[in-house]
Structure formats: structure tokens, C-alpha cells
Design a protein. Structure first.
Length: 328
């Protein structure tokens, strides 16, 4: 029975940590360790963890100065002893069968990915999300990883052979840190998929992704530049050019603009104009939008409007938010 290390960064999640710890205590798979990384938490989160785990030898707490999610994950990996490793955000939680089903599925592969459920702050079901694409070949899988549209790029909801992180670190002081490293983590790795939603992702107000940060544009386009450089360096740009363009349109333009409008509605136009100015017209054009086979129709329409009439795009997105539009 292979040992699995679970790394859980903790920072001011007193309201949610009990549910996370309970889900770890109740796993049906027994050969695992949990590494709680106290990332300079200032509330009662760590005290609550201590009460829950008591004298369990496979549960430990390590402490560091606050450095953010990536820093905490990297630090936790230093203490991991398992053949496999998985990450859990401390305001989320796992299905009791997560470890058992993931380890049964991974077989001789190096990574296993499952689906997840979005839940509200009080754990009410919102929707299930899966890796919804064909998995007939390694090239198709990696195309979808580059796009990160139908593939879930988050660090959580997966188990990895720990050796993968021997030469890789999560980028620190970087927004969208999961998207920024997924293409490296999965490169040339054998992957298995389990579509069952075994991870519970809590949508809450006040989370990092809900607070506006003016660096979202520069960070997102730096990531896209690094992906492009990586594909060139490994001489695979031609193979994945279409997927890169789709990722640029979806993450660079669609996701970034939605975050701007959702989190900074009153000052959105200034940042939307900045976004349009830094985008590459050779990629963000009508031809690439229309011929994309991966972008949903609603996203295509939104991008066409954003390109020609940004004020209208902002108005449409605000209207969608007010009436409770779909996710994305």
C-alpha cells in the first residue's frame, strides 16, 4: 500500500478548517500523512487543527512566515515522505473515498485527476466540474492541458508521484499559480482520469480570487509568455500552436476580463483598455476566435464584443452578474 502525503496550507480559515480536517481524518485509505503548513495564520485555525488531530502521528503541523499559497505548498513538499503527494486547500474538503479511489485509478501512471464539486460557503451544492475532453492519446491530453479550458488546471483534485516536484516549484508571489505551472507538471507524464467529483471546492466571498489585484494582467501575460517559451524550447510549438492560441484567448482575454469586471466593476474600463492594449493582435483576432474548436459559443461572442466594443462587453457582463448568469 503506497504512502500518500497530503499538503494543506493554512492561513486564516478558522471558519472552514474543521470540515477540511474531518474529511482528512475520515479517509478510507489508511497509509497517508497530512502536513499542515501554518503560513503565518493569525486567527484560531491552528488551535482548531491541534484539537482535531490530537496525538495522531501521521498528522503534523509545520510553521513558516506568511508567503502565500505557493510558498506554503513548496515548503510542505520539503517534509513530504510519501511516494505520492496531493494538495488540499484549507477551506475545501475531500470525499471520504478520495485517496482510495485515486490510488486505485492511477496504476502505473504518474498523475491522476478527478472532478470536483463547487459548493457554497455553507456547503450547498452548486455544480459538478470534470475534465471534459477526449483522452485517446497523450498528445490530445497535453493539448487540453495547454488550453486549460476543458481540463482543470488546479493543483488540487489530483495525486502526483512526488518525484515530479523534485525539480519543480510552484511560482511564488504569482497570481494564477496553478495555471502557471500545470503545463510543466504534466509535460511527458502519463496521466489517468477519474471523472467522479471527489474534491469539494468552496466558493466564498473574501477569498484570494475574489479580491481584485491590479497585477492580474501583467501576471497572466507573463504566464502566457512563459508557456510560449516553454513550447519553443522543447520544439513542440507547432504541435500545440492551436491550443496555445485557445489558451491565450480564453485565459488571457476572457477569464482576465471577467475577473476585472467581477471584482472591480466601477473601475473596469480602465483595466479592460489596458488588457486590450497589451494583447497580441496576431492572436486576439476575429479569425482565431471564429475557427476555435474549443471556445464555447458564448465565449466567442463575448470576445468578439470585447474586441470591438469593450464598454458593451462590460455592460453585458455586469448584467449577467446581476441576474445570476452561468459560471465562467
Amino acid at each position: 500500500m503506497s504512502k500518500i502525503s497530503i499538503v494543506v496550507p493554512i492561513y486564516n480559515v478558522e471558519k472552514y478548517i474543521d470540515r477540511c480536517v474531518d474529511s482528512l481524518l475520515e479517509q478510507n485509505y489508511h497509509n497517508y500523512e497530512v502536513i499542515f503548513v501554518d503560513d503565518g495564520s493569525k486567527d484560531g485555525s491552528i488551535d482548531r487543527v491541534k484539537k482535531k488531530i490530537r496525538n495522531r502521528v501521521n498528522f503534523k503541523i509545520i510553521t513558516k512566515e506568511n508567503g502565500g499559497l505557493s510558498s506554503a505548498r513548496n515548503y510542505g513538499l520539503r517534509f513530504a515522505e510519501g511516494e505520492f503527494v496531493t494538495f488540499v486547500d484549507s477551506d475545501d474538503y475531500l470525499d471520504n473515498n478520495f485517496l482510495e479511489k485515486m490510488i486505485d485509478t492511477i496504476g502505473d501512471a504518474n498523475i491522476c485527476c478527478c472532478g470536483y464539486q463547487e459548493v457554497t460557503e455553507d456547503e450547498k451544492f452548486i455544480r459538478s466540474v470534470g475534465n471534459n475532453f477526449e483522452k485517446k492519446s497523450d498528445e490530445i491530453i497535453y493539448n487540453n492541458i495547454i488550453e486549460a479550458i476543458n481540463f482543470i488546471p488546479n493543483a488540487w483534485g489530483k495525486i502526483y508521484r512526488r518525484e515530479i516536484f523534485g525539480k519543480l516549484n510552484y511560482p511564488e508571489s504569482m497570481l494564477f499559480e496553478d495555471y502557471a505551472i500545470a503545463y510543466k507538471v504534466f509535460y511527458k507524464e502519463k496521466v489517468r482520469f477519474l471523472e467522479e467529483p471527489l474534491y469539494f471546492y468552496r466558493i466564498r466571498s473574501g477569498s484570494i480570487m475574489r479580491d481584485f489585484n491590479k497585477n492580474i494582467i501583467s501576471h497572466k501575460f507573463l504566464i502566457l509568455e512563459e508557456i510560449n517559451d516553454f513550447l519553443k524550447k522543447n520544439k513542440i510549438k507547432k504541435n500545440y500552436q492551436e491550443s496555445y492560441i485557445n489558451s491565450y484567448l480564453y485565459h488571457g482575454l476572457f477569464v482576465t476580463s471577467c475577473v476585472i469586471i467581477n471584482q472591480n466593476a466601477n473601475g473596469a474600463l480602465k483595466y479592460i483598455n489596458e488588457l486590450l492594449q497589451v494583447s497580441d493582435g496576431k492572436i486576439f483576432n476575429i479569425s482565431n476566435i471564429m475557427k476555435s474548436r474549443s471556445l464555447p459559443k458564448k465565449v466567442k461572442l463575448y470576445l468578439l464584443i470585447l474586441r470591438k466594443a469593450p464598454r458593451l462587453a462590460i455592460l453585458l457582463k455586469k448584467t449577467q452578474n446581476r441576474i445570476g448568469g452561468d459560471h465562467g
